[in-house]
Design a binder for this molecule. Sequence first.
Ligand code: 3PG
Length: 209
Amino acid sequence: MSSVRSLFPEPTVIPVVTIGDPAAAVELASALANGGLHCIEITLRVAGALESARAIRDALPDITLGIGTVTDAVQLAQAIDVGADFAVSPGFDETLIVAASEIPYLPAICTPSELMHAVSIGVDAVKVFPAAAYGGPGLLRQLAAVFPKAAFCPTGGIRAAELPDYLAAPNVLAVGGSWLAPAETVAAGDWDAIESLAQQAVAVCRQAN
Ligand code: 3PG
């Protein structure tokens, strides 16, 4: 398994997007990039998600493209096939970690036991999900105190106003969330609003860094 660390050299934000319309997906990724966020995670939760990811890959080759909600080996293979830069799971499954030799892979944890298991098999970066429900930045601080070599990508229930607190937690690689692409804004095709949300997030990251 290769690490996602090199993809995120400075603490940043990963827009987590559930979208099944490839044309809209390209518009969305373009709007995020125009706002300064050159990364997107497409979750495999709706029909058309893979096609959307492929359209982004083809139209915007420089975007750091993640495939999320990967829950089995078939989906992991689909992420590799689509040319994704990284894959993300909502949970921890050692067989997926072993299978992810061809793509940077982010398993998720939310307990010390899961993190202990992950670290013991060489994982150096994890998604922390669902981060808000399990304690938010306080959870990250406590995990980092015990596992100082692990890097975290907190996701789940995070709002824009909380971004500074998450970025201030130790060892945060990236903060993931859907607040950057609200479903109603995407449905309305309000790409200017998406660009503005991205700009705001980038500004917060710059301040934090
Ligand atoms: C995910 O993997 O879907 C993220 O955790 C998104 O969570 P959010 O919609 O609460 O930001």
